[in-house]
Design a protein around this ligand. Structure first.
Ligand code: SAJ
Length: 417
């Protein structure tokens, strides 16, 4: 069986490599020639644990190669980005373009699977009409459906295999075919449903997390004015067998949780009230942290602020929708000089790779991302390099006593000092 995967990013590439490892002939499709050339040399341009080795093996085995536009295949997977527009609507241009290209080579008996996170109804309302330009009829001549990825960056390979999956076809035959296909490497259960439910399922999962994080962020603000440490509060609440409050922080980033809830709001603006509010709450966190920084700095003119961490979450090189970049922008608007350190994305514009250079001369250090390597920071040395050693921890990651022993004035998001 020949499988085509359009979109060789964080989802498409691991999926393509996994199918190749399972013995299928896989052709990856991407418009970006840098990605295609790298893959054909057996290398990759993104960082994900274990992926470089897996891709190298798959390419060397002759079962994985890449091209810039699709060729005939038996199964087509679409795994392209679905960003949001300025006005918070799903931008489906990449999905539509991928489907247009597939329509040109689609043949009777093929199966098309959308993996990209999309608003409910995308398979039926957007993909079907485009693919039918081939002259073939969906659910009669070819099968079509949605099987969303559910993997978490940093653990993609293990989650691709072990997580449960949803197979949602536009008809029952499509559902069965999707399930059979993924069964070649998925060890988790594969649940059968229709395409529209599968599409909503993915959105609802990520929205659940966004709403929960917004609740944690709201609690953090409430605790600050009530003289309670929110981190202690949440950790005690979570000892209850049916409570699982997420962690507050400087905001929600990444291409999933910070985006997908809008796909529900877009379709049902009058009904999606909590969802909309949660998005605004989380999007407001960089501003909230910037205000807290102002309070700590007590109106100092043109302060120098060092932010540790730039990515949207720890131990990844992914900066998409990173709330830290919004925080930096908010601080700069207020006249602060902002330096950012991140070992995972050093060398990118404005990102310093040397933590000491970043912290040197600062009036405030903000711990923005809880990268594991920040556990090893030499706090005494860093405090000595600061103009005024103040630390604002937005992740409850640095031990207060240790920071204070090192000479820092320690502040914590979600706790009044
Ligand atoms: N965050 C918090 N507090 C928390 C947890 C996360 O502030 O308690 C923040 C993180 O710092 C980060 C953001 O939320 O900025 C999102 O990070 P994440 O680790 O929660 O999730 P993602 O975006 O990396 O991956 C999510 C996952 N979805 C769920 O857990 C429901 C993953 O399974 C999905 O496959 C992925 O979205 C996706 O592709 O949709």
């Amino acid at each position: 069986m020949k499988l085509s995967v359009t979109g060789l990013g964080y989802i498409g590439l691991p999926t393509a490599a996994m199918f190749a490892k399972a013995g299928l002939e896989v052709v990856g499709v991407d418009k970006n020639t840098r990605v295609v050339d790298a893959l054909n040399r057996g290398t990759i341009v993104i960082h994900e644990n274990g992926l470089a080795e897996l891709v190298k093996e798959a390419v060397e085995s002759g079962r994985l190669r890449a091209v810039t536009s699709p060729e005939e295949a038996d199964v087509f997977i679409i795994a392209v980005p679905t960003p949001i527009t300025e006005d918070k609507k799903a931008d489906m241009r990449f999905v539509a373009a991928a489907a247009e290209d597939i329509a040109k080579v689609l043949k009777k008996g093929d199966l098309v699977i959308l993996e990209s996170t999309s608003p409910a109804g995308t398979c039926d309302e957007l993909l079907k009409p485009i693919l039918e330009k081939s002259g073939l009829k969906a659910c009669e001549d070819f099968s079509l459906g949605h099987s969303p990825e559910r993997v978490i960056p940093g653990h993609i390979l293990e989650e691709l295999v072990n997580n449960d999956r949803v197979a949602g076809g536009c008809d029952e035959r499509s559902t069965r075919r999707i399930k059979e296909l993924y069964s070649v490497f998925v060890k988790g259960n594969i649940y059968e449903t229709n395409a529209r439910t599968a599409e909503m399922c993915k959105l609802a999962e990520n929205t659940f997390r966004d709403v929960n994080i917004a609740f944690a962020n709201e609690l953090a603000k409430i605790c600050e004015s009530q003289g309670i440490n929110v981190w202690e509060l949440i950790s005690i609440c979570n000892r209850h067998p049916r409570v699982n409050i997420h962690q507050p922080g400087p905001g929600v980033g990444g291409h999933c949780i910070a985006v997908d809830p809008w796909f529900i709001v877009e379709k049902e603006p009058d009904k999606a009230k909590i969802i909309d509010l949660a998005r605004h709450t989380n999007d407001g966190m960089p501003e909230y942290v910037a205000n807290k920084a102002d309070e700590i700095l007590k109106g100092k003119a043109s302060p120098r602020i060092a932010i540790l961490g730039a990515t949207y979450k720890p131990d990844v090189d992914d900066m998409r929708e990173s709330p830290i970049m919004t925080l930096a922008a908010r601080l700069r608007e207020r006249g602060c000089e902002v330096m950012i350190h991140d070992p995972f994305v050093k060398g990118r514009e404005g990102i310093e790779g040397d933590v000491e250079l970043c912290v040197k001369g600062s009036d405030l250090v903000i711990l923005g991302v809880n990268h594991s390597c920040y556990r090893e920071l030499d706090l005494e040395k860093l405090a000595g390099l600061c103009e005024a050693p103040r630390l604002l921890d937005t992740r409850n990651f640095i031990d207060r006593e240790k920071a204070e022993r090192a000479g820092f004035e320690y502040h914590l998001l979600g706790r009044r000092d």
